[in-house]
Design a protein around this ligand. Structure first.
Ligand SMILES: C[S@@+](CC[C@H](N)C(=O)[O-])C[C@H]1O[C@@H](n2cnc3c(N)ncnc32)[C@H](O)[C@@H]1O
Length: 251
């Protein structure tokens, strides 16, 4: 039984469907943030993606969007990456070797995958698959992914730290859902949970991404100091095998 189905991790997927309060109708900020980043992602693929290393295996390029939600943003991101990879092959005179693309859309099992798949762009140039489950754990076979993308999802912790909910703990947050002006113990509890989660995330991806692959992580800049400070060494180790792009969007 996975951690998620065992209830150890919390899952709060976005509102599904395409109604007034759905994520698909209320994700303008994320879309704009990622549109802003798209040119940088394309440039990083042009510069860093190691086509020679990647082409040695099968002719399928596998990419995953972790925390994809219900669309339509994810379709834009995946198309942007696909075109950048195709462009890289063309620029190297390798038109005949352009791979086929397989996109894995990941989110919690409770995500509205029906809406996601019902709204896949008809002109898409890739096979699509859903991969339900928490990205704070194993999701894919070893060395199976060439590109991992995640935007505005890694700020979700796997769970609220227990001590924050415990009235007898110095880290009790008095029922609040934020930690502005909270006791230092509260901030420490969230920091510890974030560190634990991100280590699990990076360990899992280190196994799943092929050597020479790429990973692009986009989060809101509010979380950046935590992220870089706490995970500097894990990120550096991973960057030796995989091209890692870490973007913080300010909003
Ligand atoms: C704000 S949405 C971002 C959606 C999309 N990436 C975008 O940029 O528009 C965050 C998504 O991350 C998902 N998410 C949060 N924690 C997750 C986890 N541990 N595993 C998988 N998905 C997760 C949520 O369910 C939600 O759909």
């Amino acid at each position: 039984m996975s951690n998620e189905s065992a209830g150890l991790q919390e899952s709060h997927p976005m509102n599904g469907g395409d109604g007034t309060f759905s994520y698909s109708k209320n994700s303008y900020l994320q879309k704009e943030g990622s549109r802003f980043a798209a040119a940088m992602v394309s440039a990083a693929i042009a510069e860093k993606l190691d086509i020679k290393k990647l082409s040695s295996g099968s002719n399928v390029f596998r990419m995953a969007d972790l925390g994809c939600s219900v669309g339509p943003n994810t379709f834009f991101y995946m198309q942007n990456i696909l075109e950048a990879v195709q462009h890289k092959y063309l620029s190297l005179g390798l038109k005949t070797q352009i791979p086929e693309f397989h996109v894995f859309f990941n989110d919690h099992a409770g995500n509205d995958f029906n809406t996601l798949f019902a709204s896949l762009p008809p002109e898409k140039q890739y096979s699509a698959a859903g991969v339900p489950g928490s990205f704070y754990g194993w999701l894919f076979p070893k060395s199976s992914l060439h590109f991992v993308y995640s935007s505005f999802a890694l700020q979700w912790l796997s769970k609220v730290p227990e001590e924050v909910l415990d009235k007898n703990s110095p880290a009790w947050n008095k029922g609040r859902i934020h930690c502005i002006n909270a006791a230092e113990a509260v901030a420490n509890a969230y920091t510890a949970q974030f560190t634990k989660d991100m280590k699990v995330f990076l360990d899992a991806r280190a196994k799943e991404v092929v050597a020479g692959g790429m990973m692009v992580l986009i989060i809101s800049s509010v979380f950046v100091c935590f992220f870089l400070d706490l995970l500097g060494s894990s990120l550096m180790n991973m960057a030796k095998e995989v091209s890692l792009m870490f973007l913080a969007i300010n909003f």
